[in-house]
Design a protein around this ligand. Structure first.
Ligand SMILES: [Zn+2]
Length: 291
């Protein structure tokens, strides 16, 4: 049933990648703006647009939740999902692709995200193998830097700003409604997982966050990859935390310290440990300077 093989059991307080007991998961729907919602269940936040053209979703969580997600959407539209936009390749955001694709949805992603979905990838931090999707689960439309969709009265700008959380991230802005879905380049579970072996980079992620901040104003509603609806100020605070930690690591590198010595200096001091701790995040920051 699952295409992932958990190589070992990793207990995390926030379980962003966890394959929960899906029978127990309920899908909750949060209104963001007229006709725009985000859905929470297990995995990444799902953006939802319903309207006269049909149903457009951003990410689709885990395959065993597809029917529950469809039931939740049916409260808002009688149409099937016509478009699925993937913010990046990670399975907690794309595992439903094969189901939605087989049902006729057109999947859209950045080029590199599709490329990774055609391959088997090992996710080092969570020790999980994510295998290639079948043809139904692969994006039929891809783009390099940006793509614009005109749907349900919205101008939807999707943009890729280079390496960040992975090498195939895309953010989506509903221009008129002033709503942005960031995918995992912005999350609310504490220090962010950055998939360095699959093209992610802390310095890149900081740069991408500044691009998003520049696209936002004080009224912008930001749907993060995981966690609660956020504001531009939340992103400003978050990126400043990442910059402080990044700079501490860089000072150590400049002083000729090893990763072990830098880790021992506790670069994350003053910030809470969550999914990532001092050791795992110091390694992400350190490795980001040697790519
Ligand atoms: Zn991710």
């Amino acid at each position: 049933m699952f295409k992932k093989i958990a190589m070992s059991l990793l207990i995390t307080p926030l379980c962003i990648f966890a394959q929960d007991d899906f029978d127990a998961i309920e899908i909750t729907v949060n209104e963001v703006s007229e006709g725009i919602y985000f859905l929470e269940g297990s995995g990444g936040n799902i953006g939802l647009s319903v309207g006269e053209d049909g149903v457009f979703i951003i990410d689709d969580q885990f395959a065993p939740l597809t029917e529950k997600i469809k039931v939740a959407i049916a409260e808002y539209s009688s149409e099937d999902v016509q478009f699925v936009f993937n913010t990046h390749f990670h399975y907690d955001h794309t595992d439903g692709n094969e189901n939605f694709g087989a049902a006729g949805a057109i999947i859209v992603s950045q080029d590199n995200a599709r490329l990774r979905m055609t391959q088997d990838n090992f996710l080092q931090v969570v020790n999980v193998q994510q295998n290639a999707y079948n043809v139904d689960g692969l994006p039929k439309v891809t783009f390099t830097d940006s793509i614009t969709l005109h749907y349900n009265g919205h101008t939807l700008h999707a943009r890729h700003f280079g390496r960040g959380h992975t090498d195939g991230d895309a953010i989506v802005k509903f221009e008129e409604a002033n709503v942005i879905h960031t995918g995992d380049v912005f999350v609310r579970y504490g220090l962010p997982f950055i998939d360095v072996p699959n093209g992610g980079n802390l310095n890149g992620m900081i740069r991408v966050m500044h691009e998003i901040i520049a696209m936002a104003d004080d009224r912008t509603k930001i749907i993060p990859g995981h966690g609660e609806l956020s504001s531009r100020q939340d992103m400003v605070d978050y990126v400043s935390m990442l910059e402080i930690i990044r700079d501490r690591v860089y000072e150590g590198i400049k002083a000729g310290m090893t990763l072990e010595q830098i880790t021992a200096s506790k670069p994350i001091r003053g910030y809470p440990v969550g999914f990532l701790n001092n050791e795992s995040f110091s390694k992400i920051a350190y490795d980001s300077f040697f790519q």
